[in-house]
Design a protein around this ligand. Structure first.
Ligand code: SAH
Length: 227
């Protein structure tokens, strides 16, 4: 199954992106997003997903599905990565905060689009492995930290864009505070291991926040370190 991912990753990636583009179009009436921009498509084309999945998952690297990455965590489904990235509308000079680095795959996609990416992962082994992978790709404008991302990254705030790739029962207040006026934040909101609501939030120039519901999704939970 999907031997292409091992023998011909470029062909498998092209096939996957055709599928993702079709799925984006088909779900457009629910998500409000019917197409992928050239920039986002270019970023997805440039990041080889097989380099971010475990050795025993290589055969499925270009299937449109989430995959285990160890420690009970998953790399997101490519369709969801594409949708969340597109909805965030990242401009080339943007400073982006990502919560839930995981494998570093989504981080790499963000790094293709933004001026600077800060990413926080609570499991130190995953953070270290992702940082290593990203440095091998030559990204020098990505910084990864092992911590509870729900507190944000005060030192580098405010951020133009924030992406959270783990499900929270509510939008963490620190992240809302650290979002710039005019900024966007995307996050799955809901109970762990149930269907959650992918939400896109806009903060206007006066600081007023509007939230819209995009799609039902299932993410691993955002785990808070209470202090
Ligand atoms: N975007 C990732 C997948 C994320 S899975 C990828 O492309 O591979 C969600 C990740 O969020 C997991 O690695 C999990 O450990 C992490 N996570 C959960 N709670 C967190 C928290 N409070 N702060 C930072 N990371 C968290």
């Amino acid at each position: 199954m999907n031997n292409d991912s091992v023998n011909d990753p470029e062909c498998a990636l092209r096939h996957l992106l055709d599928q993702v583009v079709a799925e984006i179009r088909e779900t457009g009436n629910r998500t409000g997003c019917y197409t992928l921009s050239e920039r986002v498509l270019g970023a997805l084309t440039a990041v080889p997903r097989h380099c971010f999945v475990l050795a025993d998952q290589q055969a499925w690297a270009y299937a449109d599905q989430p995959l285990p990455i160890g420690r009970g965590q998953t790399i997101s489904q490519p369709f969801i990565v594409a949708l969340m990235t597109e909805l965030l509308d990242i401009e080339p000079d943007a400073v982006v905060l990502e919560i839930g680095t995981g494998s570093g795959y989504q981080t790499a996609v963000l790094a293709r689009l933004a001026r600077q990416v800060y990413s926080i992962e609570r499991i130190p082994e995953l953070a270290t492995a992702a940082a290593h992978r990203l440095s091998q790709f030559g990204f020098t404008h990505v910084e990864i930290r092992a911590d509870d991302g729900a507190r944000g990254w005060e030192e580098h705030a405010p951020f133009d864009r924030i992406m959270v790739t783990a499900a929270a029962d509510e939008v963490p207040a620190a992240l809302m505070r650290q979002l710039k006026p005019g900024g966007r934040l995307i996050i799955p909101v809901g109970a762990p291991y149930q269907t959650q609501d992918l939400r896109l939030l806009h903060k206007d120039e006066k600081g007023v926040v509007q939230s819209c519901s995009v799609l039902p999704v299932v993410f691993v939970p955002l785990i808070r370190d209470r202090d």
